[in-house]
Design a protein around this ligand. Sequence first.
Ligand SMILES: [Fe+2]
Length: 397
Amino acid sequence: MSAAASQAAPSAARAAMERLNAEAAPLHIWLRTQANAPAQRPWFTETGLDAAGRLAAGRVGVNQMKALPHRWRWREIGPYLDRIAAIAREADVPPIEFADRQQFLLTNPGLGGRLQVTSVIRCALSVYNPGDVAPVHRHSPNASRTILSAGGGYTTIEGERCTAARGDLIFTPSGTWHDHGNADSEPVKWADILDFPLLEFLDCNWIDEGYPGPREGNARAQAPVRGAGHAQRLYGKGGMLPAFAAHPSGAGTPMIHYRGTDIRAALEALGGETGDPYEGIRLRFVDPTNGASAFPTLDYAAQLLRAGETTRWKRETASLFYIVLSGSGATEVGGERFDWQENDLFAVPNFLWRRHINTGHGPAVLYSVSDAPLLDKIGQYRAQGRLADGTVAELAS
Ligand SMILES: [Fe+2]
């Protein structure tokens, strides 16, 4: 019997099962019924462009929240960073004592207030006033910073101080010591992106604030022990690896700092290529020692959409989160259309068809984060695309 037919008419048997299910709930068991089934979404047979599948119903459904497509407009949320910074400047105690970090986190409206934008990805937007320092620490989640202000302050990672600017991408792989600060004269703003929700789900979230060894300054930051640009000298030339270096293994990429100017130049240098019909000109930030994703869980990329470019429809079992670095356009996903401009952020949950449209007169640049590497490692990564005639092609299966 199909699901539609099973729900068509009231039935004494169904009602009896629901009563039994409700009665059994205090015993922490769950009776499988049609009206109380877990969510399972069709992949191969569902090719419509609207949102995929249905949420589960009944007692199960209450706990089966699904991320929704959503866009956060910078012009609406950005001012809150200025307001947080203003309170911090006037505060009678150091910011760390009342705000822990000066930031707000994005909450996906489909996830019931959880601090996450997709099932795996968390995003915070942070502001650091001149002189602010976040104490040195390390933790199990992988994390990154994408600099949004003109100046980017600094992040020191395992003794390498990365002084940053707009568009820079900084990686702090799981377990690496890091601290942040702003030695500039203006507040700096950036987006922190982490695989925190995954670690939370696995109950494997830990933090270590007991940095060993000598400390400097306010005793809460690492002393830089490597020259500026160390990672770029070692790993910044594609295809050329220093044979003498003992590359760190396991946690994530040793190329911890990409400059926004270099990213932009690399994209524009490829602007004359045909590119990918589903993604435009897209560059992945990979571990230069082995070509793997930046983190075992997350893949980072930057993509250039040329003026007038519209990508073909694509969907994946992976979820994505985007930051608009420049340009203006729109992304259609799950039956919705999100116009976007500089610094806007948006979530594209898995299973949903999406396409990007550059509606501006110049190029647009999107940075994105995807949990595709995680899904691939557990044998669950699939992707489909729509060809020009509308037929569906398996891109990864
Ligand atoms: Fe951290």
